[in-house]
Design a protein around this ligand. Structure first.
Ligand SMILES: [Zn+2]
Length: 169
């Protein structure tokens, strides 16, 4: 068997394949988590699932807008959350993303963002959060049914005070 890159054990293969410094990740150790995540995200972006590429108003892809390092760091932060924390965080974001007008209250629209200045398309937002489209839909449905109750707002408020890092997101 030829000793090509593909035939090497995955860990070693990834160490040869990615130059972390070129991706802005020079401060990171080349451990399995960092390399696997890099590989996963690079593979994702190479698949061109970003759907905002060809619009005239915003000709840049999500990858070009956010940059690998920022995306990588936020993705790791979100993946490290407990499932209930992630759910709360996404719901809070969805509340601020919602653009539904009063006249169309039965059709909910969302504008997904990385931050205030950086809009993301839905497929990339889903990847950022490490969730499935089904989960996003479930959370949206849940929010529309119960989201604006006092208890939810109170829990959310408490949670954000305990996790100031996420408040900046
Ligand atoms: Zn996009």
């Amino acid at each position: 068997m030829e000793n090509t890159l593909e035939n090497l054990p995955l860990g070693l293969n990834l160490r040869l394949k990615y130059n972390l410094a070129e991706l802005g990740l020079e401060g990171y150790e080349e451990n399995d988590l960092v390399l696997d995540t890099t590989h996963d995200l690079m593979t994702f972006f190479q698949q061109n699932v970003c759907s905002c590429k060809n619009t005239k108003r915003d000709p840049k892809t999500c990858y070009e807008k956010v940059g690998f390092k920022k995306f990588f760091e936020r993705h790791l932060q979100l993946c490290a959350l407990e499932p209930n924390e992630l759910e709360l965080f996404i719901k809070a974001q969805l509340m601020s993303f919602e653009t539904t007008s009063i006249t169309s209250e039965f059709r909910h629209n969302y504008r997904y963002n990385f931050s205030h200045q950086l809009p993301l398309c839905k497929p990339v937002y889903i990847k950022l959060c490490g969730i499935t489209e089904y989960m996003l839909k479930t959370l949206q449905g849940d929010l529309q049914a119960n989201g604006y109750q006092k208890d939810f707002i109170k829990t959310l408020d408490m949670y954000l005070k305990l996790n100031p890092v996420l408040m900046l997101i």
